[in-house]
Design a protein around this ligand. Structure first.
Ligand code: CU
Length: 214
């Protein structure tokens, strides 16, 4: 935790990032998740948390690297050491937007990615399961009623000819405090697949005290 690169962004920067074009990169940005129906949305409260934005970035390093990284690769072929990832998050009363950008992966390849509940570790399973807005009572969760891009944060992407990509997920809900801890990159798109890499991100919650970071 506490990566030196973590920090709050000026509002304009993230707004530009979220809405801006991908500099001609031809990158897919799917799925743009729709709002979950029936999910409670935190009501506006006087004196409540203001809109917040955070950014974390890192270069992937293998488990046990001399210089450890918040981003761990478990597959040096598909997520080479030195590949870069950046995750931006915008939290407001109306929802949460997560943007993931990568560089240095295999060109023209489809990868899966989700927000997971555990911090990355030496074992790919350390990142635990997917963050779910409505938690499946049966874990590990495989029920499509829960494992879907509306109830989870999916950041699947396909890299361009240079191995770069960008994905955006927008939801009308926010993370529960401390329960969203990483982005895991998978070998296949969709709800599962081999875990190729993991980036520990202390995602913010609308319920966090202003300025608090997990
Ligand atoms: Cu995953």
């Amino acid at each position: 935790m506490g990566a030196g690169t973590a920090g709050l962004l000026a509002g304009a920067a993230l707004a530009a990032l979220v809405t801006g074009a991908g500099a001609g990169s031809g990158v897919t940005a799917e799925p743009a998740a729709a709002a979950v129906t029936g999910g409670p949305v935190a009501p506006p409260t006087d004196g409540g948390p203001k809109d917040r934005r955070l950014r974390d970035e890192a270069r992937f390093a293998p488990v046990g690297a001399f210089v450890p990284s918040e981003a761990v690769t478990y597959d040096l072929d598909l997520v080479p050491a030195g590949a870069w990832i950046r995750v931006d998050q915008a939290v407001s009363r109306t929802g949460t937007t997560v943007v993931a950008e990568v560089r240095g992966l295999r060109p023209g390849r489809a990868y899966g990615a989700h927000v997971h509940t555990g911090v990355c570790g030496a074992d790919p399973q350390d990142a635990e399961g997917h963050y779910q807005h409505k938690a499946d009572p049966v874990q590990p969760s495989t029920d499509p009623a829960y494992v879907n891009p509306r109830n989870e944060v999916w950041l699947d992407f396909t890299t361009d000819t240079e191995g770069a990509a960008r994905a955006v997920a927008r939801h009308a809900w926010g993370f529960r405090p401390g329960e969203a801890a990483s982005v895991v990159i998978h070998g296949e798109q969709g709800g599962s697949g081999a875990r190729l890499g993991c980036f520990s991100v202390p995602f913010a919650s609308p319920d966090d005290a202003p300025g608090a970071r997990g």
